[in-house]
Design a protein around this ligand. Sequence first.
Ligand code: HEM
Ligand code: HEM
Length: 190
Amino acid sequence: MSETTTATASPAHERYSGLQIALHWATAIIIIGMIPTGMVMTSLDPSPFKNLLYELHKSFGLIIVGLTAIRLVTRWLSGAPPLVPMSPVKRAAAKATHIMLYALLVLAPLSGWAATSACCAPVNLFWSIPLTLPVSGGFDVAKRIFAVHYGLTLALAGLLLLHAAAALHHHYALRDLTLRRMLPGSGGTR
Ligand code: HEM
Ligand code: HEM
């Protein structure tokens, strides 16, 4: 990418594919909803509403597993546009953040899924398709895996804040193409 590039539409080879963009934002919206919902639902008294939140939390978490699987295959097949010009330290930080986000996108839902399978089978997708993992051990094991689930989702929330702040900094302060090439729209050609 040219060093003099400004925040105009980016050429197709410097943008994420339409599928990658769709998967990125679908994942982001679901997770931004799930983190506070997860915290709220655990603190509610037993009620049908609490059960509803649990079912939605588990089902959307399973959707994240599916979206992430498709996303990793897409990433492997289509790669990603090169990062915009930046210092080696920032480049390393951006790459490390992306790798950690991908790792958490796999591990955070898997831990919730494994814990729920251990204590509270069946795990269903929206009350219907049974998707319980073969994890035994009951509540004792589940309690320990849920602690890991909580830690991983907190790490995900922290990294998300850092990642979003960096994206907005690139867009509004540095005025480069970083955010624009992850946005849907007609920016595929100049
Ligand atoms: C990226 C996806 C996910 C995120 C961001 C997420 C986030 C959270 C958060 C923040 C909590 C609250 C933790 C606490 O306050 O103790 C939580 C709890 C929980 N999560 Fe997830 N979760 C995800 C995926 C899943 C999946 C796939 C399942 C199961 C299929 C699941 C099952 C649960 C359950 C059952 C609880 C309640 C644990 C308890 O009652 O102590 N989560 N999740
Ligand atoms: C939980 C929510 C999010 C997750 C898990 C996430 C994850 C990721 C990952 C893994 C990448 C690397 C893509 C690749 O190169 O393969 C990425 C790129 C990107 N994300 Fe996010 N993201 C989230 C939310 C956000 C938000 C809220 C923003 C904006 C405010 C944002 C802006 C971007 C941008 C601009 C890129 C492209 C960076 C570049 O190419 O240099 N993301 N995201």
